[in-house]
Design a binder for this molecule. Structure first.
Ligand code: CP
Length: 306
């Protein structure tokens, strides 16, 4: 579990027991509120890629605990436009706050920032690499809707190559007794390195290109957007966009279980039809709301208030 002064960079840094401790801390936040716990503390949100959920739920988490939020604003309005380096910017921002939530397009940016900032850095997404706070809220959601994480078959569909939320969650689930099923076209399949890690760890997984075939066996389906912004080749994006679309008809015709729960880190484009939104399968809006107690817990932990 993160201690006072720790940064939160990668889910790889957390074992099973530590993950469960963070989830328990989030549950206590949700139950008790804890207004005033972070009074006098300042969170700087530095988002150099677009965000709605992560940026606003971090801000909401801090404000609900009585703290203040300093938003870096648009990168174009900052001294990055004058050529300032990330290292210098982070060192400066660290002097104005008690904790930084950083989103950056470069893989490894958060770890670099944590070495320089002088305050804890929480990785709010670094390129296609990691999104650990999303993973904590994903696990928190799974625990809430299924009672526990162990014993589940979890499917992932969509952009498994570039999806940092997928990479983080797959690593976290490998600490639990779960079966994992990966559904993607070959060009968006799970990175070989991650699959090799699962094999080495004895994690049970399978791969498919056919969503309908695997749906009946799933307890959880984690859908992802195909991330146009990460493609070097726009023609390749055109080839794979719209590869999967989940809707009520597919759920019914494939024989998906009544108990199947569908998650998505959001935003969605066209991979998840709105006709699923008001079915019991849909938990993605609840999942997004869970970002607040989970980020409250992480902020309180790294600021030494838990
Ligand atoms: N899930 C997620 O990271 O959403 P945002 O990009 O809106 O923060």
């Amino acid at each position: 579990m993160p201690q006072a002064g720790d940064s939160v960079i990668s889910i790889r840094d957390f074992g099973r027991d530590e993950i469960l401790q963070v989830l328990a801390a989030a549950a206590r936040m949700e139950e008790c509120g804890h207004f005033g716990l972070l009074e006098g503390c300042v969170l700087a949100t530095v988002f150099l890629e677009p965000s709605t959920r992560t940026r606003l739920s971090f801000a909401s988490a801090m404000m609900k605990l009585g703290g203040q939020v300093l938003d870096f604003g648009e990168p174009e309005q900052s001294s990055f436009k004058k050529g300032e380096s990330l290292s210098d910017a982070v060192r400066i921002v660290g002097g104005y706050c008690d904790v930084i939530a950083l989103r950056h397009p470069w893989e490894g940016a958060a770890r670099l920032a944590a070495q320089i900032a002088g305050v804890p850095v929480i990785n709010a997404g670094d390129g296609a690499n990691q999104h650990p706070t999303q993973t904590f809220l994903d696990l928190y959601t799974i625990q809430k809707v299924k009672g526990q994480v162990d014993g589940l078959t979890v499917g992932f569909v969509g952009d498994l190559k570039y999806g940092r939320t997928v990479h983080s969650l797959v690593t976290a689930l490998s600490r639990f007794d779960c079966e994992q099923v990966f559904v993607a076209p070959p060009s968006l399949a799970m990175p070989e390195g991650l699959l090799a890690e699962l094999q080495q760890g004895g994690v049970s997984y399978s791969q498919s290109e056919e969503l309908a075939e695997v749906l009946p066996g799933l307890d959880i389906l984690y859908c992802t957007r195909i991330q146009q912004e990460r493609f070097a080749d726009s023609l390749e994006y055109e080839r794979v966009k719209g590869a999967y679309r989940l809707d009520r008809t597919l759920l019914r015709d494939s024989g998906a279980r009544e108990s199947l729960r569908i998650m998505h880190p959001l935003p969605r484009v066209d991979e998840l039809a709105p006709d699923i939104d008001d079915t019991p399968h849909a938990v993605y809006f609840e999942q997004a709301r869970n970002g607040v107690p989970v980020r409250q817990a992480l902020l309180a932990l790294v600021l030494g208030k838990v």
